[in-house]
Design a binder for this molecule. Structure first.
Ligand code: NAD
Length: 341
């Protein structure tokens, strides 16, 4: 373990909060840690203690990352703890960004990835259960995110289920930007966009309720563009980035992770956001079976989140929802032995 000494605060009124980032020497963490350190996550008056995990053989690289954070001289960084020891990293955590995961290697089936990363998230769930605060807010970023979050949640029985979420905010942000470009407007003029389901190509980016300047846009958009261009572009954006960059999206993923947890902690100001959360909380609403981590339209306030309820679902939406539900059920089936009953 290496630890950068705490700084003494004279001006900040708030107690520091403990923010865990796993996969600390990876690509996403390299962007995420600096955003957290700068105050983008919890605001400019909230000091943070960064608790960073990576595997034993990554400790040298992690040490370099810690040196760079330290060299940023971020006034909000109270302390940096970096380690390969879970009891150190997860201790009293307030927030946990679960980024660490194995990338999909050449020739690896999705099923292999599910199993191998699933095993990582069993351990992460158990460690959070043992060492983190019971109020910890958890965001799974490492893929396959929805099922990984489900595995971690089931292995952390002493932490409320609603504290476990998975990231579809990158898909939400991608969809916002695609739509804003199509409508020749700025993203902040658009509201009520939804990503439903799995963070995978079966996700459903839904414009049924979306507004531009508070006016519904459904009649203004070409349905062929919506079905044949918009939906596939959002669903396949991750693959397109890998093809272009020869590496998976990293800075945009980190930015979306900050958006997700910031809104959860500080509120989304009445705006709809997309978050994958336990379907158990909503008793089959919208026909989504319980027992999944599913992306829904959500509004965040007062440190928690609520489902946007009573939306009408037409047949087109229903068919899209069924596809992504079925994929999540299959993913769950593939890792059923990792899910604690
Ligand atoms: P990366 O390969 O650069 O870094 C992954 C890090 O995880 C490495 O430092 C590695 O040592 C660490 N790691 C491996 N096994 C671990 C374990 N058992 N415990 C803890 N850490 C472990 O990858 P990246 O680009 O940072 O991406 C991380 C994950 O995020 C990947 O699974 C990627 O597919 C996923 N991702 C998700 C989204 C999303 O929108 N949800 C978007 C982009 C990437």
């Amino acid at each position: 373990m290496f630890k950068i000494l705490s700084r003494t605060f004279t001006q900040h009124m708030k107690e520091p909060v403990r923010v865990v980032v796993t996969g600390g020497s990876g690509q996403i963490a390299y962007s995420l840690l600096f955003r957290i350190a700068s105050g983008s996550l919890l605001g400019e008056h909230q000091p943070v203690i960064l608790q960073i995990y990576d595997l034993p053989h990554m400790q040298s690289a992690l040490k370099g990352v810690v040196m760079e954070i330290s060299d940023g001289a971020f006034p909000l960084v109270h302390e940096i703890i970096a380690s390969d020891t879970p009891s150190t990293v997860y201790a009293d955590a307030d927030y946990a960004f679960l980024v660490g995961a194995k990338p999909r290697g050449p020739g690896m089936e999705r099923g292999d990835l599910l199993k191998q990363n699933g095993e990582i998230f069993v351990k992460v769930g158990q460690d959070l259960d043992k060492f983190a605060k019971k109020t910890v807010k958890v965001l799974a970023v490492g893929n396959p995110v929805n099922t990984n979050a489900l595995i971690a949640m089931s292995n952390a029985p002493s932490i409320p289920k609603e504290n476990f979420t998975a990231m579809t905010r990158l898909d939400h942000n991608r969809a916002l930007c695609q739509l804003a470009t199509y409508l020749n407007t700025e993203v902040h003029n658009i509201e009520k966009l939804v990503i439903w389901g799995n963070h995978s190509p079966t996700m459903f980016p839904d414009l049924t309720y979306t507004t531009l300047h508070n006016q519904k846009i459904k009649t203004k958009i070409d349905h062929i563009w919506y079905e044949k261009e918009f939906i596939p572009t959002v669903q396949q954006r991750g693959t397109a980035i890998i093809a272009a960059r020869k590496a998976s999206s990293a800075a945009s993923a980190a930015s979306a992770a900050v958006d997700h947890v910031r809104d959860w902690a500080l509120g989304s100001n009445g705006q709809w956001v997309s978050m994958a959360v336990p379907s158990d909380l909503y008793n089959g609403e919208y026909g989504i079976p319980i027992g999944l981590i599913f992306s829904y339209p959500i509004v965040c306030a007062n440190g928690s989140y609520q489902l946007v309820k009573d939306l009408k679902i037409d047949e087109f939406q229903h068919n899209k929802l069924r596809i992504t539900v079925n994929e999540l059920l299959k993913e769950k089936e593939a890792v059923v032995d990792l899910i604690r009953k």
